[in-house]
Design a protein around this ligand. Structure first.
Ligand SMILES: N=c1c2ncn([C@@H]3O[C@H](COP(=O)(O)OP(=O)(O)OP(=O)(O)O)[C@@H](O)[C@H]3O)c2ncn1[C@@H]1O[C@H](COP(=O)(O)O)[C@@H](O)[C@H]1O
Length: 106
């Protein structure tokens, strides 16, 4: 896994028990799931707007916000980035169209 994702994830784990007065992340954990979900949706909307504005640096910035808040949501549920990467690895080489067709057969 990318070193930066790993480092951020370690910080997130530490922030679960940190003082909300001193950390944005600790504030979100303290406010709980609904606030974290609200941020994920808000950041997804900002990604949409950045794309419609032409992408570029703005899209990179908003995508970083979205990924970061999604990592907080995973951590809230006791999940890790490695879990998502493992799922992506499992799907590697499996065409999305083939996977969709296999679901339709069930
Ligand atoms: N990568 C990030 C990161 N990306 C975005 N953000 C924050 O996420 C927020 C983005 O949401 P908005 O723009 O809507 O900001 P806002 O208006 O302050 O948010 P609301 O009041 O609306 O909730 C901003 O406050 C950003 O500073 C981040 N805050 C922290 N990190 C990482 O997390 C680490 C720990 O941060 P703290 O827990 O704050 O020490 C940092 O060292 C960084 O590595």
């Amino acid at each position: 896994m990318s070193e930066i994702l790993s480092e951020i994830q370690n910080v997130l784990e530490q922030r679960k028990s940190a003082d909300p007065e001193t950390s944005y992340t600790a504030q979100l954990f303290h406010k709980g799931e609904d606030k974290i979900l609200k941020k994920v949706i808000e950041e997804a909307g900002e990604v949409l707007m950045a794309s419609k504005d032409g992408g570029g640096e703005h899209l990179i910035y908003e995508t970083a916000d979205l990924w970061f808040h999604n990592m907080i949501l995973l951590a809230h549920h006791g999940l890790r980035v490695e879990d998502v990467l493992a799922e992506l690895a499992r799907r590697q080489g499996l065409s999305g169209l083939v996977e969709k067709a296999s679901r339709a057969e069930k």
